[in-house]
Design a protein around this ligand. Structure first.
Ligand code: SF4
Ligand code: SF4
Length: 221
């Protein structure tokens, strides 16, 4: 199970910026258990968006946003509402947001931070991965994780060592930042590369004391 915590509402609204028409998408899997996804979180977020003057083009709960086939099938049924939207706000873990960005040619925004893999890597049959960095940056990188797709987990662009689109650390793998560039170009967000992403706070990778005291960790208080 992937453990997630809501991003502060101000951070979510800041990431949406001037985007007015939003499609809201929530996961009924791990995220619902963490109360970052599911119907309750979706309705709470809907209220926040409306309070902030946003218009919803549609909303949807999907059982497992980490399942690409399921997500592609369900989102295909919502094509018109998604096309109307400026972006999709996704209430789930980092893997789910990556999956959505892969199946829809649209800007995606994570509404939560993944803070722990809970001892399990999940059941998703694909290559999207999350390292539970606790400060999800998928909003800025077009839905491709810079922590897991870049061998050096760089946050502010490539290292400069890539050769023909392949990583200098492992020439069998695509350069994560090349993929991010191509993705941002595709969704018309190359200007994201001009933003400076603050240095990572590595303490966020340590699950909170409250979480460490749950059955996921089973440690003494
Ligand atoms: S940026 Fe990557 S590692 Fe961090 S929460 Fe998002 S998907 Fe996970
Ligand atoms: S070549 Fe690309 S993926 Fe490899 S370390 Fe450099 S920026 Fe990261």
């Amino acid at each position: 199970m992937l453990f997630t915590q809501n991003k502060p509402t101000e951070e979510v609204l800041e990431s949406l910026g001037e985007e007015k028409n939003i499609f809201l998408l929530a996961c009924n899997g791990c995220a619902e258990v963490c109360e970052t996804g599911g119907e309750k979180a979706l309705l709470a977020m809907k209220a926040e968006l409306e309070k902030a003057g946003k218009d919803l083009t549609g909303q949807l709960n999907v059982d497992f946003l980490c399942n690409k086939v399921l997500v592609a099938t369900r989102l295909a049924q919502e094509r018109d509402k998604i096309e109307e939207a400026d972006s999709i706000l996704v209430l789930t873990c980092g893997v789910g947001v990556q999956v959505v960005s892969k199946v829809v040619n649209k800007v995606v925004h994570p509404a939560a931070n993944t803070v722990s893999l809970g001892g399990l890597q999940g059941l998703w049959p694909a290559d999207e991965r999350c390292q539970a960095c606790g400060d999800c940056a998928l909003d800025y990188t077009g839905g491709i994780c810079p922590i897991t797709f870049c061998a050096k987990s760089l946050l502010n662009g490539p290292c400069g060592g890539a050769q023909d689109g392949k990583c200098e650390v492992d020439s069998e793998k695509d350069c994560g930042w090349q993929l991010i560039y191509e993705r941002l170009e595709k969704i018309g967000r190359l200007e994201n590369l001009k933003k400076f992403h603050k240095a990572r706070d590595h303490s966020k990778m340590l699950p909170s004391k409250d979480l460490r005291e749950t059955s996921f960790y089973d440690i003494e208080k």
